[in-house]
Design a protein around this ligand. Structure first.
Ligand code: FAD
Length: 433
């Protein structure tokens, strides 16, 4: 008999909750990863960076597991086909895995659980990717928080060393199933192209976190950790990071709490992940939704240098600095009056750190429809934002080298005109005077 550990967005051997319990189950542990066709078949870009990132992380896991004489069993298919085959092939006692709060994942896990239980196999799930999840942080009245500040206050009150403790998985590595190496399918076999980018694990200096508060808003410098993709796929442990944050920077800790907060919003209000505005009255706004203007925004040709720099950074690298994410999202929704869902979908396609909860939270925040809304009348002024956060235009010049030439476009819309227009449209949609 074996225990199975099913890796998903927790691609590491150390400090991994579900894996720890599997290793202590008393049966040899067969580690499994599925390249899920249900997800991969929907990706249009065959050079998708996320698929390459995962592929590389899977190879890293494989190398580590070989050192313990074990091997990762990697399947390519739909979980509804993979599990029946797996239970045919192995005598499985229990399947261990970590929670995932996205609507697709919840449905998938429910379906797999129902099937394996019907076959007499136990199915055990654990909290791993958040410090607090589901109903762990609720208001005094027992309802989920819908505003960040009181949520974060409660989060901090509840925190103690127990929640930050690492799971000592390495003590039990000898409990992995000893096998001959399994082969990992090549990206090409799954219809994807291999990228040359190297997504190796990131080492973040404590110094960066100590200076986080002063530096985090300036896109020209590396003042933020760029750990988002590693948090997304679990190549780092949130407990280790939160422990560091607690020691070094409350501002940075707050960012990690935003992450838990948006997981919790998606968990308690799954409709936001299915296209609904958190504040329903925002669905009464009449968006202009001009496809040509949307295209100019996507390509970074709006004539607003900070917006264009951000979009070009995103298109070229799959990353965009948080300050610039806020500026570009505000520009699309407020200056161009394009539905936040269009922007959300574009980011979802391009961001290497794409996470349904944070992306949806960020977009709804920018449009004003979110749970912790920026007031609807706040319209970022791209010129003032540039003066504050990229005064020497270093970030802009990096991404918009033709800035002072005739080939750079004029602003596609006048700021004052756009500001007046959005206020009128929002006021009339929201029924405000
Ligand atoms: P750091 O500043 O070093 O922060 C550390 C970690 O905290 C991040 O890696 C991230 O996991 C978390 N974090 C920071 N800010 C937020 C936030 N506002 N909400 C949730 N978690 C946060 N973040 C994503 O991880 N995936 C997304 O798809 C995503 N889409 C966004 C869309 C918009 C419109 C906006 C305004 C923000 C979005 N963010 C998203 C949040 C934020 O921009 C990124 O997490 C951050 O830029 C990642 O850089 P970093 O790792 O250097 O962050």
């Amino acid at each position: 008999k074996v225990s199975v550990f099913w890796f998903r967005r927790d691609l590491r051997l150390h400090d991994n909750a579900g894996l720890y319990h599997a290793l202590k189950s008393g049966y040899p542990v067969l580690p499994v990863f599925i390249f899920d066709r249900e997800i991969l078949d929907k990706l249009e870009d065959k050079k998708d960076r996320r698929v390459s990132f995962i592929h590389q992380a899977i190879h890293d896991l494989q190398n580590q597991l070989r050192q313990s004489g074990s091997s990762l069993l990697v399947k390519y298919g739909s979980p509804s086909e993979v599990f029946p085959a797996l239970l045919e092939e192995y005598d499985v006692e229990t399947i261990f895995l970590n929670h995932d709060y996205e609507p697709y994942a919840l449905e998938r896990d429910e379906m797999v659980q129902e099937f394996v239980r019907s076959e007499g196999v136990d199915f055990r799930t654990y909290k791993d990717q958040a410090i607090f999840e589901k109903n762990e942080v609720l208001s005094g009245a027992g309802s989920p928080y819908t505003v960040f500040t009181p949520y974060s206050r409660k989060w901090k009150e509840k925190l103690n060393t127990f929640y930050l403790k690492s799971y000592p998985n390495e003590k039990y590595f000898s409990n992995f199933l000893q096998t001959e190496p399994f082969i990992i399918p090549a990206l090409e076999e799954m219809g994807f192209e291999k990228l040359t980018e190297n997504f190796s694990p990131r080492i973040v200096e404590e110094n960066l976190i100590l200076h986080y508060q002063e530096q985090r808003n300036f896109p020209a410098i590396e003042g933020t950790t760029r750990l988002s993709v590693h948090l997304r796929f679990g190549t780092v442990s949130i407990r280790e990071l939160a422990e560091k944050a607690l020691r070094l920077s409350e501002t940075w800790l707050n960012e990690l709490i935003w992450r838990d907060f948006y997981f919790s919003i998606l968990f308690h209000f799954p409709q936001v992940g299915k296209g609904e505005a958190f504040k329903r009255e925002y669905d009464r706004i009449t968006w202009r939704n001009n496809p040509e203007e949307f295209e100019l925004w996507c390509e970074g040709k709006t004539g607003y240098p900070i917006v264009d720099a951000g979009m070009r950074e995103l298109n070229a690298t799959g990353f965009m600095h948080n300050r610039v994410r806020m500026i570009t999202a505000s520009f699309l929704t407020k200056h161009l009056l394009i539905d936040w869902r269009w922007g959300e979908a574009y980011f979802a396609q391009k961001l290497i750190d794409f996470d349904l909860s944070a992306n949806n939270g960020g977009w709804q925040w920018a449009s004003g429809s979110g749970c912790d809304a920026a007031p609807y009348f706040r319209v970022f002024n791209p010129t003032l934002q540039t003066e504050k956060f990229d005064k020497n235009m270093e970030y802009i010049r990096k991404w918009v080298p033709e800035l002072n030439t005739s080939s750079y476009p004029q602003p596609m819309v006048d700021h004052n005109f756009a500001r007046k227009r959005v206020l009128e449209v929002y006021q009339s949609g929201l029924g405000k005077k």
